[in-house]
Design a protein around this ligand. Structure first.
Ligand code: WQD
Length: 343
């Protein structure tokens, strides 16, 4: 009997790529999403890739009654949950903190109320490396001290992890794995799903591809006066398909009762730091497009450098990132071109 996984935020960037991997690994999926940051057509695209169009229910997880109604119908058939649904822009969270606290926290609280009510035991949570703030020591490991997050977005992720850690203490049968993502980039090799930023992209790679295809005039590089080899910020860019596969590994761990404690945290990155200028060079190399960019002042809230110690995920989840930044840039570019009619 196939295990059934509820994927919240399932039509989103990471969610949709994870649903593809879940289906391809024999899981049945059911998606809920409020389409705030994604489009319903993504479910059809997942069908084009896998042959299975997942069930999609348009639900806002802040709506307690709607969540109760959904779970009253579906709760007994759900074996596990992967919770992606959240607002996720660092910059926007500084402009709209109350929206971020309300959405990201209430969505989780409503979900946990229902998982408890329906005895759902396994939950994978989408967290973020922003919970580390600017680490003192790199690479950063799961036991590194958590410095103050640099944004309301990062603080919501930290608070959600605390909510989960406290809940598993009280709700004994619940088991949680929290995956701390580094910087997800790229798209599915089919170029049928990928990142769909609404409006002006906040993140580096969609801004690069939109500049390359002519939608944006130029890329602004936020500062080259950091204490790094080339002066630009360093991040751990991970291919979104590698990240999706980490969720399947985490789910396998929980549904097969391989977890060692009921609240586990894993860094999901490549373990390699890449600067903004190196990312630009990577894109130019794989696309053959000379990118127009201008160096301006630092962006407030940016940390200088971070990359992951991934040894725990490698050993405990049996997962390791396989794609390079070049691979990810190539798929990001193919996706951008397919979005704009295959130019
Ligand atoms: C990367 C680097 C910028 C845009 C955030 C979240 C993280 C995750 C990924 C959700 C930085 C520079 C960017 C631009 C630039 N989100 N940059 N010009 O801020 O590292 O991480 O997104 O999980 O949790 O914190 O990602 O892509 O915005 O920035 O120079 O137009 O690129 O300064 O150094 P970030 P980013």
């Amino acid at each position: 009997m196939k295990k059934k996984v509820l994927v919240t935020g399932g039509t989103g960037f990471i969610g949709s790529h994870t649903v593809v991997e879940l289906i391809e690994n024999g899981y049945e999926t059911i998606l809920i999403d409020n389409l705030h940051n994604s489009e319903a057509i993504v479910a059809q695209r997942i069908g084009d890739i896998t042959g299975v169009v997942p069930q999609l229910e348009i639900i806002d997880m802040r709506d307690k009654a709607a969540m109760g109604k959904f779970f009253a119908m579906q709760g007994s058939s759900i074996d596990a949950v992967i919770h992606f649904a959240a607002f996720k822009s660092v910059g926007e969270s500084a402009r709209k903190p109350l929206d971020y606290y309300y959405n990201n926290l209430v969505s989780l609280l409503n979900l946990l109320e229902e998982t408890r009510k329906h005895g759902i035991k396994s939950l994978v949570f989408s967290s973020s490396c922003t919970v580390y703030g600017q680490p003192d020591k790199l690479p950063v490991s799961e036991v590194s001290p958590l410095k103050p997050a640099m944004s309301p977005y990062g603080r919501t992720k930290k608070i959600c992890e605390d909510i989960l850690a406290d809940t598993v203490e009280a709700v004994k049968e619940l088991k949680v794995v929290s995956l701390r993502y580094f910087n997800p980039i790229g798209a599915h090799p089919s170029a049928l799903i990928g990142e769909l930023p609404r409006g002006i992209p906040e993140n580096l790679v969609p801004f690069i591809t939109q500049t390359a295809i002519g939608i944006r005039e130029e890329l602004k590089v936020y500062g080259d006066d950091y204490d790094t080899p080339d002066g630009s910020c360093i991040r751990d860019y991970i291919h979104v398909v590698d990240l999706a596969k980490a969720h399947v590994s985490a789910l396998h761990r929980l549904v097969n009762n391989k977890n060692k404690t009921n609240f586990e945290v894993f860094n999901i990155g490549t373990g390699k730091g890449v600067s903004v200028f190196e990312a630009i060079e990577s894109f130019q190399r794989v696309s053959g497009v000379k990118l127009k960019y201008r160096i301006i002042g630092r962006r407030s809230g940016d940390i200088e450098k971070i990359w992951a110690d991934t040894s725990l995920a490698n050993s405990e989840l049996g997962w390791k990132a396989e794609s390079t930044v070049d691979d990810a840039m190539k798929t990001a570019w193919e996706w951008e071109k397919s979005l704009r009619g295959g130019k």
